[in-house]
Design a protein around this ligand. Structure first.
Ligand code: PLP
Length: 389
């Protein structure tokens, strides 16, 4: 006997993975240089050289037990302190090492937070467009997944739509800024309005509504502010990852931050650790914790992404496409000519141009272009976009 939900999730690949695999297949036939694969958010800039140097230095330690052994389940104290110091040097947030839980990237961290919050009947909201994995993460935690309709075309948050979605069962709202797939960044004003609404509704319902801030793209912003949400709304839990900021998606390292002032801080932190334990978490990879202890203050060099972003955005707009203003992450969200993104993606596929329809992100009619590819491909793909418009 096999669990049906697990079987369903394991046997149906996500649309993004499906496209990516298709692209690999086509590359084997027509050559990699002839496939414009904009499907997957795999960073295309290398990890900073300091990361490689840190690994070399750490491996000089002659006691391999010290390098490769288990660490504390919540993470090495030195790593947590280094992250706290870095956050405090950038934001007036009063982060303490004991507020941080070192996890294996944003995905398992989100799962742990949802499980920690999933009291019976709990509802967790996501603002469209959203990262499609939120749905199985939330439902796997036993909560109900609800969607707040998108704020088209600016992709901020429509407060009236959010207020309509809130109920006494709402325990959390997931925010992802800079956003995958829209590439937009929530402004300070949006976050202040949101905080005011959540404070009012938390008081009305008699329990906190937490913001779960999913922040793998925090460092990927192009000249705009990315406000640190715990400084605007105290009941915020941050799930951070070094997958994109240091180009380490395969290494699985990040952290959860529960602010000292968050309601039920100690119980919430313990529940996140407990939910991780129940999911088989032992500790985050020891070597990578030691790397982060040395590299927490590094920032990515965004020049290559920025050049891709500008060229593609300006090129698509010149061709007549309607594109959300891309201030962060490495995605463009584009209105599908004709309005049917699935049909557009299928037509593009015939020309070996792979873009992801927005339907899976809760935003039909748009498609996502992931521009972490070579600049040369961006330039050569523009005429193909031109044929499709
Ligand atoms: N959240 C968002 C919005 C993402 O885009 C991704 C990965 O692409 C994740 C979470 C998962 O990231 P991680 O590699 O840290 O698990």
């Amino acid at each position: 006997m096999i669990n049906e939900t697990a079987y369903g999730l394991g046997s149906n690949r996500s649309c993004i993975r499906e496209l990516f695999e298709y692209g690999r297949g086509r590359a084997a036939v027509v050559g990699d240089e002839n496939v414009f694969d904009y499907s997957l958010g795999n960073p295309s800039i290398p990890a900073p050289p300091e990361v490689d140097q840190a690994i070399r230095d750490i491996l000089q330690d002659t006691s391999s037990l010290a390098v490769h052994g288990y660490t504390s389940a919540v993470g090495d104290l030195a790593t947590r302190q280094a992250i706290a110091d870095d956050l405090n040097s950038r934001y007036d947030a009063g982060v303490r090492a004991q507020d941080l839980f070192i996890g294996c990237g944003a995905a398992p961290e989100l799962v742990a937070v949802f499980r920690a919050l999933a009291v019976p009947g709990a509802e967790i909201l996501a603002v469209a467009p959203y990262f499609p994995e939120y749905k199985p993460f939330v439902e796997g935690a036993g909560a109900t997944f609800k969607v707040v309709p998108p704020d088209v075309p600016g992709f901020q948050i429509r407060m009236e739509a959010l207020e309509e979605a809130l109920t006494a069962n709402t325990v959390a709202i997931i925010l992802n800024s800079p956003n995958n797939p829209a590439g937009t960044v929530y402004t300070r004003q949006t976050l202040k309005d949101l905080a005011a609404l959540l404070e009012r509704k938390s008081a009305e319902y008699g329990h906190p509504i937490y913001i779960v801030a999913d922040e793998p793209y925090r460092e990927l912003a192009y000249g705009v502010e990315v406000p640190f949400i715990p400084t605007i709304y105290r009941d915020t839990v941050v799930c951070y990852s070094y997958s994109k900021s240091l180009s380490l998606p395969g290494e699985r390292i990040g952290y959860v931050y529960v602010p000292e002032k968050a309601t039920d801080h100690d119980a919430l932190y313990a529940a996140i650790a407990g939910a991780s334990r129940a999911a088989g978490h032992v500790c985050a990879p020891s070597l990578w914790q030691k790397v982060i202890a040395r590299c927490a203050g590094l920032r990515p060099d965004l020049q290559a992404y920025d050049r891709n972003r500008k060229t593609l955005y300006e090129g698509l707009v010149a061709l007549g496409y309607e594109v959300a203003k891309p201030d962060g992450a490495f995605y463009l969200f584009v209105k599908a000519p004709g309005g049917d993104a699935e049909a557009f993606s299928e037509k593009a596929k015939q020309k070996d141009l792979l873009v992801v329809p927005g339907d899976g992100f809760g935003c039909p009619g748009y498609f996502r272009v992931c521009y972490c590819v070579s600049y040369e491909k961006i330039v050569r793909s523009l005429p193909v976009f031109g044929e499709l418009v």
